[in-house]
Ligand binder design. Structure first.
Ligand SMILES: [Fe+2]
Ligand SMILES: [Fe+2]
Length: 135
């Protein structure tokens, strides 16, 4: 199943939304590389980009949380850290085992966790930034 950004994922913060779109595109590219039976050479860069962009995005969000004194910062950061650790472990597995059906299922599971995070914790963050900044 393709991963696409949709309106219900919108947080209302332009930077966060645009980074989420890039993130989902990276996830979709990885699923695509796995399901189209591309070799490990294609999957390695796709998985590396997804992991590195996930970290970049989380770092930006955490910077915004500090800047705007977001009260949920500790929990939000904890969630990000756990997610990055899970993604790093999954990246190692994908590189070792190649694009098996089980791997694709695991990637999909991680993506659905991320979508839930966006719709709940990130939406609350965007609301907070909006009220704190008046933007
Ligand atoms: Fe996010
Ligand atoms: Fe987040």
């Amino acid at each position: 199943m393709a991963v696409t950004w949709s309106k219900d994922l919108e947080t209302g913060n332009a930077q966060i939304d645009s980074e989420h779109q890039t993130l989902l595109k990276a996830a979709d590219d990885l699923i695509d590389a796995c399901t189209k039976g591309k070799g490990r050479e294609a999957i390695g860069p796709a998985v590396d980009f997804l992991v590195s962009y996930t970290k970049t995005h989380f770092t930006h969000e955490q910077g915004l949380q500090l800047k705007y004194n977001f009260p949920e910062y500790p929990n939000h950061v904890k969630w990000h850290q756990t997610y990055v650790a899970d993604m790093e472990a999954l990246a190692v597995k994908i590189k070792e085992q190649g694009p098996t059906i089980a791997m694709v299922a695991e990637v999909n599971m991680e993506i659905s966790k991320l979508l839930t995070h966006i719709k709940t914790m990130d939406v609350r963050l965007a609301k907070h930034i909006k009220s704190a900044s008046g933007k």
